[in-house]
Design a protein around this ligand. Structure first.
Ligand SMILES: Cc1ncc(C[n+]2csc(CCOP(=O)(O)OP(=O)(O)O)c2C)c(N)n1
Ligand SMILES: [Mg+2]
Length: 552
């Protein structure tokens, strides 16, 4: 006779789930037993936060929800940051949590926290399962909600007694394809008219442009219109083959080199922009007109209030828009003349030999060892701005960064999911010495899973980004430095390999060797962050006569 947990696992199999990340507790033991008898792999992690980041990244990269599992109270609450990461980052994810029995309790209130309520603001849906017969429908609904635009996390709590209860044989709910409606003809006509009238048009690609389903249609639109484009941090890589039209990435909100083009544009076609990202540009009363093209309508913000919206399935809607304007755009390339100057200044000092290496040099050297389809997953720290500005991408989702929750600690787990999903591609995690240590225990998971993964740690013995902002704001240097473990020994203690880079010119060969030797390999390199102020403050201030606001 089947029990509740069997139905749950059968419903997950029905959704095509192939792995679940997590740390079970005693309340999950029925589910664990059902998993043992299923086709689904249980991937144990060393902290629930790592499991949530891995599951969310699974959703981000595949478009299908990643699944994680934890016990009640303490385990479930360790998912909060991961839930917020998936909610702000629009990553489909299902969190399964345990709970004490709900029909009778022999342990009074021991370990009981109202998890379902705690997760309400962190999810699209947070629900307790109260009867076995509802499991197939609840699971199907949860997956639909997690995947629907805009995607995000769903929490299902399965109490211990429902998991263990004998269940009737309830049929699973079959999946069927769902097409997203294409934008209304009137909105396409209006947008086409604005594009045809524009004197200096520019395309911007935002976070939703990176959805696995979006990228083909977007590339087609850019190529057919020949309008130059820039990207937000999370929209990088979304135009394969569009390199000659790439104008840069907006890592700061204003007054970076890319804003020379943004400020001169009279029309920005913002494709897939999601205002959870730190603003890539600031709309004002006098600035360019904006057309918002996305799956969901624009939300009105002080800094983002588009005058026209094309809402619907992005790829097919853009195809219809291109049909209306292709061959009729006389000003498409008006801003292209600025391109070379913008990109050239970004490459400044990228090959300088200084020791320790500059962020520009590190970005440059990483690009050299990562093939076009290789994946770099960033944690959060000062280097994120440098990678966002300077690292060129050619394939969608090959620079995984979080410009939404911008949490530390996700670099290693997100790289691990990329390494699991794409074993044939090179995967590199880039972490600060602060962010790495927030989930470094997952090195054991990576070694146990026999992943091929290189982790590059940028050592400044500080929470560098905050220390830098402290200096920019003229505060005295205080309270933001720390000591590090010996990272080589630390890696070795997990059964991974470890190398310390001792000279600037050995960074590339060290990374090459790390990839060639396979397995999990940690590479530690010191970083010279004096460039932060020299470039991001002084140089931009000098060039543009105003102070840049750093993006976190
Ligand atoms: C979980 C979390 N805690 C704190 C912060 C605030 N914060 C942003 S960057 C940063 C410092 C990052 O230090 P590190 O990882 O060493 O990178 P660095 O800037 O030094 O290169 C901090 C504390 C954050 N974004 N997320
Ligand atoms: Mg640091």
């Amino acid at each position: 006779m089947a029990k509740g947990s069997d139905l749950l696992v059968a419903a997950l199999e029905n959704e095509g789930v192939d792995r679940i990340f997590g740390v079970p507790g005693e309340e999950n033991l029925d589910v664990v037993e059902s998993l043992r008898n299923s086709s689904i792999k249980l991937i144990l992690t060393r902290h629930e936060q790592g499991a949530a980041f891995m599951a969310a990244t699974y959703g981000r990269l595949t478009g299908k929800p990643g699944v994680c599992i934890t016990t009640l109270g303490p385990g479930a609450l360790n998912l909060t940051t991961g839930a917020a990461y998936a909610l702000l980052g629009a990553m489909p994810m299902i969190m399964l949590t345990g709970q004490k029995g709900i029909m009778s309790s022999r342990q009074a209130k021991f370990q009981i926290v109202d998890v379902v309520s705690a997760f309400k603001p962190l999810t699209k849906l947070s629900l307790q399962i109260v009867s076995t017969s509802s499991i197939p429908t609840i699971v199907r609904d949860a997956f639909r909600i997690a995947m629907e635009e805009r995607p995000g996390p769903v929490l299902l709590e399965l109490p211990e007694d429902i998991a263990g209860e004998e269940a009737e044989d309830v049929a699973m709910v079959a999946q069927h394809p769902i097409e997203i409606p294409v934008a209304h003809r009137a909105s396409l006509d209006r947008a086409a008219e604005m594009i045809l009238k524009a004197k200096r048009p520019l395309i911007m690609l935002g976070a939703a442009a990176s959805r696995p389903r979006s990228t083909a249609g977007i590339g087609g639109f850019v190529r057919r219109t020949q309008i130059p484009f820039f990207t937000t941090q999370m929209g990088k890589g979304t135009v394969p083959g569009g390199g000659n039209l790439y104008m840069g990435t907006a890592a700061l909100s204003e007054r970076d080199y890319v804003h020379e083009a943004v400020d001169r544009a009279d029309l920005i076609i913002a494709i897939g922009h999601d205002t959870i990202e730190k603003p890539p540009f600031i709309m004002g009363p006098k600035g360019p007109q904006v057309i918002h093209v996305s799956y969901t309508p624009a939300n009105v913000e002080r800094v983002y209030f588009p005058q026209c919206e094309v809402v619907g399935d992005v790829g097919p809607s853009l195809e219809l828009l291109a049909d209306r304007v292709e061959g009729r755009l006389h000003n498409a390339g008006a801003l292209l003349g600025l391109r070379e100057g913008i990109l050239k200044r970004l490459a400044d000092r990228a090959t300088e030999d200084r020791w320790p290496p500059t962020p520009q040099r590190i970005v440059h050297d990483v690009r050299k060892v990562i093939p076009e389809d290789g994946i770099v997953a960033l944690d959060n720290g000062m280097y994120k701005i440098w990678f966002a500005r300077n690292y060129r991408t050619y394939v969608a989702n090959t620079l995984l960064l979080d410009n939404a929750l911008a949490t530390m600690g996700a670099g290693l787990p997100s790289a691990m999911t990329a390494a699991m999903l794409y074993p044939e591609r090179r995967v590199l995690a880039v972490c600060g010495d602060g962010g790495f240590m927030m989930n470094s225990q997952e090195m054991e998971t990576a070694v146990r899973l026999k992943l091929n993964l290189v982790v590059l740690i940028l050592e400044d013995s500080a929470y560098g980004m905050i220390r830098w902002k402290q200096a920019v704001d003229s505060f005295p240097d205080f309270g933001l430095t720390f000591g590090n473990p010996d990272f080589v020994k630390y890696a070795e203690s997990y059964g991974a390999k470890g190398t310390r880079v001792e000279s600037t010119d050995s960074l590339i060969p060290t990374l090459e060797n790390a990839f060639k030797s396979g397995g999990v390999h940690l590479v530690a390199v010191p970083i010279d962050y004096s460039e932060n102020t020299r470039v991001l403050i002084d140089e931009l201030r000098e060039k543009l006569k105003t102070v840049a606001e750093p993006a976190e």
